[in-house]
Design a protein. Structure first.
Length: 324
């Protein structure tokens, strides 16, 4: 092990964050000739603290575009060589367990500087245990999604739902990230006025339905709030959603160990079905959950926080989704 060098992608958050941050870690591993370690122990989707969530939801992979990968429970037995970067990880293991938020944000900034410097670091092991969205190219993100595959039983569920609801239709996908009582940080301004937020979503659905489509139109809603589902369905009775278990009102996010592995499967089903829509509405557009759809769907509708009445339409180049 001491002759190898590593980049460890440690995430325990929602899948959008996990996968986008993984793409950033892969980019640095590829550029510096390191082995990539996918360490999703302690995931919000898996209640067992020493179980690596990656192989629970994705097929094992040994290599991503030439970068060697370790992605299973071997992470419990391996001892990675120092020195480490960021410097926090050179402490004794017991001292690294409880990291305050300010330390996590500091590491995010240190890793950002490292990635932008385009130079290698003398540390043998780079620990990426922070949100690293926007720290890689879109090509790296697409590469990750092309090279990691959902477990066969999850793919089968998605394919069955696609045949039942999508086949023969042009589907408008709508993602409404609510939070259901959690601290939604950068998304919060979009919900400063909840009534306005839902009017914006309704306005976007109407605009999307008015666009030309080659097939009859259906509207598919993904949300983390039963209240949002009820309200949007009240406005648009023809909206359909994949049945899933919600947390109680204001009880917190769906990406929670309380929801169990099924909660993670439900998230992936929604995420991957959104990427197979004709148009996707992102509210708010800052949510990483819809990043996969943003990369692949032909037409995207987003909101401008500085001008809430303004909708932005984005057309993806055909080669982006045709090759994926």
């Amino acid at each position: 092990m001491t002759k190898e060098r590593f980049v460890i992608s440690r995430r325990r958050t929602g899948f959008g964050d996990c996968l986008w941050s993984l793409a950033s870690a892969w980019s640095y591993a590829q550029r510096t000739g390191r082995t990539l370690v996918i360490d999703w122990r302690g995931s919000c989707y898996v209640g067992q603290p020493f179980s690596n969530a990656f192989p629970v939801f994705f097929e094992p992979v040994d290599d991503i575009a030439g970068v060697p990968v370790i992605c299973d429970d071997r992470v419990n037995q391996l001892s990675f060589p120092g020195p480490f970067f960021p410097r926090w990880w050179n402490r004794p293991s017991i001292d690294c367990i409880n990291r305050p938020d300010e330390q996590i944000f500091r590491e995010r900034d240190e890793l950002t500087e490292l990635f932008q410097a385009r130079e290698d670091n003398e540390a043998n092991t780079i620990v990426c245990d922070a949100c690293l969205m926007w720290r890689c190219s879109e090509e790296a993100e697409r590469l990750i999604f092309r090279n990691i595959k959902l477990r066969s039983e999850i793919r089968a569920r998605i394919d069955a739902l696609y045949e039942e609801h999508f086949s023969g239709y042009s589907v408008i996908g709508v993602h409404v990230r609510h939070g259901n009582g959690e601290d939604i940080m950068g998304h919060a301004p979009y919900w400063a006025d909840s009534e306005l937020a839902l009017r914006q979503v309704g306005m976007a659905i109407c605009k999307a339905k008015a666009l030309p489509y080659p097939k009859p139109v259906k509207v598919f809603l993904c949300t983390d709030s039963a209240q949002v589902l009820d309200q949007v369905s009240g406005l648009f009775p023809d909206v359909f959603a994949v049945p899933k278990r919600f947390q109680a009102d204001r009880a917190g996010p769906l990406h929670s160990a309380e929801m169990g592995i099924e909660g993670g499967v439900s998230a992936l089903v929604d995420m991957y079905l959104l990427a197979r829509c004709a148009t996707v509405i992102r509210f708010p557009p800052t949510s990483a959950f819809t990043r996969y759809a943003r990369l692949l769907v032909p037409r995207i509708i987003e909101f401008d926080l500085s001008n809430p009445e303004h909708l932005t339409m984005i057309d993806n180049p055909y080669e982006h989704f045709a090759a994926s």
